[in-house]
Design a protein around this ligand. Structure first.
Ligand code: ADP
Ligand code: 5GP
Length: 193
């Protein structure tokens, strides 16, 4: 998929277990004055406090989401957590590349592997690794956006996700935020050159 003759749109795929800090690092990356735009995913969960439709996600009902699956509007989609669907819209990539920007994805680990298979060498896949499972658990609790059941589900899924770490092009341990921020910016700068 290339929207113009003189611009080769690339893809930066960022994945991690929930709570590892991918949203934090993606936001730092987007502020780094690189020619990047965030791929807004579609999702069927309710917006959290402070989240905006068409900025954080395209918030859809489950029925609307399923219509888009049927219409083959997604590059990839998944029921990331039971009853909560998330997916990357084909139109979103076209929109970003048309603006001559490279696309940044914040997706779960399975989604990251699917996107890497789709974009191949035109992409870099980055795994954000928590310093430990204990720290991951603390961060999720401190973020205070999930109930106990949801935290438990997310931690269980994290153990599975850690097993796929070797499928990624680059691993960044998100311990000290300043260091991981510098690391991710440097990695992406090098890839875009
Ligand atoms: P994810 O998008 O992977 O679910 P978030 O970016 O929401 O994770 O981060 C989870 C929580 O951990 C947030 O409250 C965030 O502020 C915090 N956090 C992120 N990175 C760090 C870090 N390096 N050190 C300490 N806290 C962090
Ligand atoms: P949250 O509910 O915390 O915003 O996101 C839950 C998980 O869904 C995160 O791991 C996030 O990266 C992932 N996610 C967000 N958008 C997509 C998407 O389009 N596809 C896939 N596969 N996962 C996504």
């Amino acid at each position: 998929m290339n929207s113009s003759n003189d611009f080769q749109g690339k893809a930066v795929i960022i994945s991690a277990p929930s709570g590892a800090g991918k949203t934090t690092l993606v936001n730092k990356l987007l502020k780094a004055k690189l020619p990047l735009l965030f791929s807004i995913s579609a999702c069927s969960r309710a917006p959290r406090e402070g989240e905006e439709d068409k900025k954080d996600y395209y918030f859809l009902s489950i029925e609307e989401f399923k219509e888009k699956i049927k219409a083959q509007d997604f590059i990839e989609w998944e029921e990331v957590y039971q009853g909560n669907f998330y997916g990357t819209l084909k139109k979103e990539i076209e929109r970003i590349w048309k603006e001559k920007k490279h696309v940044v994805f914040d997706v779960d680990v399975i989604g990251g592997i699917s996107l890497k298979e789709y974009f191949k060498e035109n992409s870099i896949s980055i795994f954000i690794k928590p310093p430990s499972m204990e720290v991951l658990s603390k961060r999720l609790k401190k973020r205070n956006t999930e109930d106990r059941e949801s935290i438990k589900n997310r931690l269980e899924k994290s153990f599975e996700e850690m097993k796929s770490i070797d499928k990624f092009d680059k691993i960044i341990v998100n311990d000290e935020l300043n260091i991981s921020t510098k690391n991710i910016i440097k990695t992406v700068e090098k890839f875009l050159k």
